[in-house]
Design a protein around this ligand. Structure first.
Ligand code: MN
Length: 403
């Protein structure tokens, strides 16, 4: 019976079941939902109706309690949800609790604690190096192959997909300018990334080893690290990105649990430099993920970055993030860094796609160097799933509005 009978090969079938938070029309009440096809299941109401012990965990306005519950509970809840949506005996009970996606509002799915962004694509780092340091002998800085480079971002401005992004203003100074000027950014860019969502906290002073990644990280989502390149170029030396990125970071409304991505695990690229023991994953199971990302501007696909090419894995990033004793909190979010592959049509930023504006993109609605007011950027992705199925990642989209 519909909506349980999904089209064959639906990337949001029972093999996927990402989590989000939604509200019904006219209601302020937010609650955890699970996506099935183009519907959302009210997970808390389903748990109550079926007498599940997880009703209290799911009938919440945010995913944080579920995130904090830990891997054993994550598996139990996912197992229960899978059984509910696949067993026809439950369908009569669940049908009234499934709402068309087009009829609900989707919200930021968890309260973001700390937000960190990394820089894990060698292709992106080399492209950025070649653009910003054209005279350098090596496009990579000496530390890049030894540690996952990152910076602390602004969690309070992480927004859910669909939220408008106001063009930021700030200082910029071209090398040829005599003095800085203030005004709306004229080089507003995107960064196609994957965000990792921490569930289980860690103890202050105790590093999280590579092998504990899956005990702490609940799932992942697409992330757009909006970046004002002109503000960034003037401000970033010597302490790194600041106002060029803190104005907005968009994430998908849907968090895909790592358990849905077992078939997508792949080995990262071969390491060309020996790693210190806390980062050395050569003897461990593959920690990369084969996610096929697509970047569209105003509906026109401009790039298809492959996440499998990322040099540093999310497990290494977590190990590095905590190796000094910094602790994790439920709701911590960390971005992978811009995902760029080796090919020109696999670059995850306009900085690279247009080579800092030198080579404009030809879009159906005109040429584009950086983003114009009204432009809509949408990231989507899928991963290999069980039995040849695709696991769809929830899209992340945002429209640029005038500052
Ligand atoms: Mn970034």
């Amino acid at each position: 019976m519909p909506p349980f009978d999904l089209p064959e090969g639906d990337p949001f079938g029972p093999h996927n079941l990402p989590y989000g938070v939604f509200s019904l029309p006219g209601s302020q009440e937010r609650t955890v939902g699970v996506r099935l096809g183009d519907h959302v299941l009210d997970a808390g109401a389903a748990a109550r109706a079926l007498g599940s012990p997880h009703a209290a965990l799911l009938g919440r306005p945010t995913l944080n309690p579920l995130l904090a519950a830990g891997r054993t509970t994550w598996s139990q809840v996912r197992g229960a949800l899978t059984a509910w949506v696949t067993d026809p005996a439950h369908h009569e009970t669940l049908a009234p609790l499934l709402h068309p996606l087009s009829s609900v509002s989707l919200h930021l799915p968890f309260e973001v604690a700390d937000y960190v962004d990394f820089y894990a694509s060698e292709h992106h780092a080399r492209n950025a190096g070649a653009i910003f340091r054209p005279d350098a002998t090596d496009t990579l800085l000496p530390n890049w192959k030894h540690l996952p480079i990152g910076y602390h971002g602004r969690s309070g401005t992480v927004v859910v997909s669909g939220t408008d992004v106001v063009r930021p203003s700030g200082q910029r100074k071209a090398p040829t300018d005599a003095a800085p000027v203030f005004g709306p950014s004229v080089r507003l860019d995107i960064e196609a990334e994957v965000g990792f969502v921490v569930g289980v906290p860690s103890r202050h002073g105790k590093p999280v080893p590579l092998t504990d990644f899956r005990e702490h990280v609940f799932g992942l989502c697409l992330l757009n690290d909006w970046s004002a390149r002109d503000i960034q170029a003037w401000e970033y030396v010597p302490l790194g990105p600041f106002l060029a990125k803190s104005f907005a970071t968009s994430i998908s409304a849907w968090i895909t649990p790592l358990e849905a991505l077992e078939q997508a695990r792949v080995s990262p690229p071969e390491r060309t430099h020996p790693l210190l023991p806390y980062l050395d994953d050569t003897a461990l199971e593959p920690a990369g993920y084969d996610l096929r990302i697509s970047v569209a501007v105003n509906g026109h696909v401009v790039s298809e970055p492959p996440f499998s090419t990322m040099y540093w894995t999310a497990a290494q990033q977590l190990a590095h993030l905590t190796v000094n004793g910094a602790s994790l909190r439920t709701g911590d979010l960390y971005g992978s860094g811009t995902v760029s592959g080796p090919a020109e049509n696999q670059r995850g930023s306009l900085l690279e796609l247009t080579w800092n504006g030198r080579d404009p993109l030809e879009l159906p609605d005109g040429k584009r160097t950086y983003l114009e007011d009204g432009d809509v950027v949408t990231l989507s992705a899928w991963a290999p799933g069980p039995d040849g199925l695709r696991v769809g990642l929830g899209e992340v989209t945002g429209r640029v509005t005038a500052g």
